[in-house]
Write a protein that binds this ligand. Structure first.
Ligand code: ADP
Ligand code: TRP
Length: 329
């Protein structure tokens, strides 16, 4: 039976492991905020996942509140969605263990994200290896249908489906099989070095950085050495790729022509990009600073969100306890 569109559960999480950036915004935060009207939205801050890399309590605590304030400032409406912090609903940890017991080592060994992290020199711990199982528990506990993410998370959603299928096979139909939702235009937002923008690559433009720091980051965007007079290729230029995310079709076509004609330096394109980013996020900045001045309000919103999330999680975990025999009385 298909679920009516309005009842579809849309769910995604973000790690509070550093300042949220344009890649996070376009691939995950903005689609989530826009989908508030299109289904039942579950949005959460995955502080348990962030523990695989963040080692200081103070940093994790502050990062969690910062991520919450970012989302609320950008338009996430807690009355229209369920917005909480992952560790406030600890049934997810119980489900992680249960799912671990039906997950093969091979499935996790094939995880690109795990292999990439090791290649980048992160010393692997068991949490990092088991990361996709915790993510599967996140998704399955809330019986979510649609998962808006960037390209790099596609495999994690596929692993979730594999785990759900295995559980359903062993214990009978229990979990909904989720689908990733990836917008091809923003699946991979480049960082200032042209690689994927990522908190762990030190190449980000943070949404709520000081305007002068955003300007500095834009100045540092790597471009080629084509002289000012010569025509330039917008399609291979990081400045242009970022500009496209913000500008109207007319503005994009105008800058495209300026690139191809020659006579324009990359500095001009960078100035235009800076103005776009500054103006786009301006209305959200004020809201962000109001929230920063009222942390108690933010904590209250998160506590209410956790209550709502728990009410959804409860029937699922009860069912799982019954089917697995953990509920023995
Ligand atoms: P980071 O790589 O900076 O640590 P996360 O892993 O916390 O980012 O990602 C949070 C969400 O943002 C995920 O859905 C991820 O796919 C998306 N995302 C992160 N960076 C990018 C990017 N450069 N382009 C597109 N999506 C991205
Ligand atoms: N792994 C995701 C990331 O790094 C974050 C995440 C955790 C997530 N649990 C999730 C995303 C559940 C979607 C659904 O970006």
């Amino acid at each position: 039976m298909t679920t009516p569109v309005k009842q579809r559960r849309i769910l995604s999480g973000i790690q509070p492991s550093g300042g949220l950036h344009l890649g996070n915004y376009f691939a995950m935060m903005n689609p989530m905020i826009e989908s508030q009207e299109k289904g039942l939205l579950f949005c959460f801050i995955v502080n348990l996942h962030a523990m695989t890399t963040v080692r200081e309590g103070k940093v994790l605590r502050q990062g969690t509140l910062d991520a919450a304030m970012d989302f609320l400032a950008l338009g996430l409406n807690p009355d229209k969605s369920i917005f909480w912090v992952q560790s406030d609903v600890l049934e997810v940890v119980e489900l992680t263990w249960i799912l671990s017991c039906v997950t093969s080592m091979g499935l996790l060994e094939r995880s690109h994200s795990y292999k990439d992290k090791i290649e980048r020199g992160i010393i692997p711990n068991h949490g990092l290896f088991a990361y996709p199982v915790l993510m599967a528990a996140d998704i399955l506990l809330y019986q979510a249908h649609i998962i808006p993410v960037g390209q790099d998370q596609k495999q994690h959603v596929e692993i979730t489906r594999d785990i759900a299928e295995r559980f359903n096979y062993l214990y009978g139909e229990t979990f909904v099989l989720p689908e990733p939702r990836i917008d091809p235009h923003v699946a991979l937002v480049p960082g200032i070095d042209g690689q994927k923008m990522s908190k762990s690559y030190n190449n980000t433009i943070e949404i709520f950085a000081e305007e002068k720091d955003i300007r500095k980051q834009i100045k540092r965007i790597v471009t080629d050495s084509t002289p000012v007079e010569a025509p330039k290729n917008p399609d291979t230029c990081t400045v242009f790729k970022l500009y496209r995310l913000f500008a109207s079709p007319e503005e994009i076509s105008e800058l495209d022509k300026m690139y191809r004609k020659g006579g324009m330096g990359y500095g001009t394109a960078k100035d235009r990009l800076y103005e776009k980013i500054r103006d786009y996020f301006k209305p959200f900045r004020e809201k962000r600073s109001q929230l920063a001045g009222d942390k108690e309000k933010v904590k209250k919103i998160l506590a209410e969100g956790a209550e709502k999330a728990r009410a959804v999680a409860f029937p699922t975990i009860e069912k799982v306890r019954r089917k697995t025999g953990l509920a023995y009385k």
